[in-house]
Design a protein around this ligand. Structure first.
Ligand code: SAH
Length: 281
């Protein structure tokens, strides 16, 4: 049998440290530094060179797990000054909008860069994320966050009000995470490829109905509204049960496809209805 190669923590790596009470933190390992936790101190030099997946102990003898952080962990600990798109929505957005390696994706606004990071991670190495943001200080934060994660190379940040439109055309997917997406549907349609994916995340039902009304147009089809509830469990065999608390609401997801107007073709093409709605019930 071949032995599993052991990969070890190196200086400069991001490390996930999980204490006995499941409290966790992410640190960049730097020689000469130390992590101070409420369960004791861990010296970086002791961690550097340890195999990932090791149990390490603090100076008070408390055990910690030394692991590589996932993108999920990194997103939750991102420096932020805005609401962010949370992992439960971000993962689904990728599948729903068919975002993968090589895709060209537009998003607005950049905010703290949480969704930007997920998009960048998905489209690399050959894809591109074009991230628009009207507030320069927000974009600066998003850019720094992406740099820290080593994902900035596939992102083009643009400091602009998207009312002025997008520079790109023919993009695979476009996501609007801002309070009034209905105001920018013309700009979004102009940037998207025929049949391209539009997505948006809105916290209130009032905003959703306003966006739905704006999407009732021959330019858009396959409009869907969804909400994702994530129910965490106590992962203990002897008392396996849901956690006491859960996050009841983050936001509604709205998806649509960009259509070519007046495109019904073929010998038996019917009259094109002024408004094409799939479902009137
Ligand atoms: N998706 C981001 C959060 C976006 S918060 C994340 O996951 O971190 C919404 C952002 O949209 C704010 O930073 C706001 O400044 C920006 N914004 C609002 N209206 C805008 C517009 N018209 N053009 C560009 N950015 C806009």
């Amino acid at each position: 049998m071949t032995e599993r190669p052991v990969s070890c923590a190196r200086a400069g790596d991001l490390a996930l440290l999980i204490g006995p009470d499941r409290r966790w933190q992410i640190v960049r390992l730097e020689p000469g530094q130390a992590v101070h936790t409420h369960r004791g101190v861990l010296v970086h030099d002791d961690l550097i060179g340890c195999p990932w997946g090791s149990r390490v102990v603090s100076h008070t003898g408390q055990p910690f797990l030394l692991l590589t952080p996932s993108l999920h962990d990194l997103i939750l600990r991102l420096r932020r000054t805005t609401q962010i798109v949370y992992p439960k929505e971000a993962g689904y957005i990728l599948l729903k909008m068919n975002i993968g390696p090589g895709c060209r994706v537009v998003e607005a606004g950049s905010g703290s860069g949480a969704l930007t990071a997920v998009l960048a991670h998905a489209v690399r190495p050959d894809g591109r994320v074009y991230s628009y943001e009207v507030r320069p200080e927000m974009q600066q934060l998003a850019r720094r966050n992406l740099e820290r994660l080593g994902l900035a190379d596939v992102v083009e940040f643009k400091t602009r009000d998207i009312a002025e439109g997008f520079d790109e055309v023919g993009v695979d997917a476009l996501f609007l995470d801002l309070p009034n997406p209905w105001d920018y549907l013309d700009q979004a349609h102009a940037a998207l490829a025929n049949g391209g994916y539009l997505g948006s995340l809105l916290p209130t039902a009032n905003q959703v109905t306003r966006l739905l009304a704006a999407l009732e147009s021959p330019r858009w089809g396959l409009v869907e509204v969804e909400e994702i509830l994530l129910r965490p469990y106590k992962a203990v065999s002897a008392r396996f049960r849901p956690e006491d608390r859960m996050v009841a609401h983050t936001g509604f997801l709205i998806f649509a496809r960009a259509l070519v107007e007046e495109s019904i073709s073929g010998p038996n093409a019917p009259e094109i209805p002024a408004t094409f709605r799939e479902d009137e019930t």
